[in-house]
Design a protein around this ligand. Structure first.
Ligand SMILES: [Fe+2]
Ligand SMILES: [Fe+2]
Length: 289
């Protein structure tokens, strides 16, 4: 059985930020590459509501446990976007509606049609819930790893605390999605359909929602080498452990492609980190469950 919504809602809710000193970002500025990743993450967090719009037109709306999850999940992701937007704003960068309006304009053709696409997939592909639950688990695992890695790279006291809190919620999201996916993937037909969609359609979260180079940059910068690549190994192990989905190498392949894309387009993956920046692996909070 998937995790019950009662268990999911025991923790979580609005991200607590009122005790964090955002003014510290005025004196202790984040590196431009870190801010570039944060801008991407801000966009993706806020994009959750539009993904919810797509999921709700699939037959999954019939399941009150799932719609309860969507409601709570969407609310939590909204506050992640809010918090990251505040960090951007402290650096006098565009955030919140200013970025979102541009993003929705950028992607308006896809967004116009996507509910119809999801309605069709949801009604034509009987095992579609296994696809979006597995997809969700992979994206939440990746989000968790991305915050973990960014926190290591930035090594900023306020950002570390903020991202640590976000990661705890991403871990719950991943656990819920994965338990639901595991349950649905007990069916061999669902395994086949899910495997097909992942192999043919899966891309790093945000692909298509923001300019491709931004998705590639975040993927390459955070996971292209060293400790980041090790975090991806852990995600691959988790995907491999899902019924019928071993050996896909999805994320690893996507990161290699992203790295190549950035090298071709920009010549290097980011500018050097300032002196004294720590990129040492932090064993803390790497396990989203
Ligand atoms: Fe989030
Ligand atoms: Fe999440």
């Amino acid at each position: 059985m998937p995790m019950s919504i009662e268990k999911f809602q025991e923790q979580g809710g609005r991200l607590k930020t009122d005790d964090l000193d955002f003014d510290q970002f005025r004196d202790q500025r984040l590196h431009p590459d870190v801010l570039r990743c944060l801008a991407y993450m801000h966009d993706i967090e806020y994009q959750t509501v539009l993904y919810t719009r797509e999921l709700l037109v699939t037959p999954a709306w019939k399941d009150p446990q799932f719609t309860a999850f969507l409601t709570l999940w969407n609310y939590e992701e909204y506050w992640h976007g809010q918090a990251l937007g505040r960090v951007l704003a402290m650096h006098d960068l565009p955030a919140h509606d200013e970025r979102l309006t541009a993003m929705r304009r950028f992607n308006k053709r896809y967004l116009f049609w996507s509910p119809l696409t999801f309605w069709t997939l949801g009604h034509a592909v009987r095992r579609f819930p296994a696809v979006h639950m597995t997809w969700g688990a992979i994206n939440e695992w990746t989000a968790n790893a991305a915050y973990n890695r960014l926190s290591q790279i930035a090594d900023h006291p306020v950002l570390t605390e903020l991202l640590g809190r976000i990661m705890r919620q991403e871990g719950r999201h991943a656990a819920y999605y994965a338990s639901y996916a595991r349950d649905l993937l007990a069916d061999q037909r669902a395994q086949k359909v899910t495997k097909w969609f992942l192999q043919h359609q899966w891309a790093i979260v945000g692909s298509g929602d923001v300019p491709k180079i931004e998705t590639s940059f975040a993927g390459a910068y955070l996971f292209g080498s060293g400790d980041g690549a090790e975090l991806i190994d852990r995600i691959e192990e988790r995907i491999d452990a899902l019924p019928g989905l071993s050996g896909l190498q999805l994320v690893r392949t996507a990161i290699a492609e992203a790295t190549q894309h950035v090298l071709t387009a920009e010549g290097a993956v980011g500018s050097p980190l300032p002196q004294g920046s720590s990129t040492a692996a932090s064993p803390a909070a790497t396990d989203p469950g």
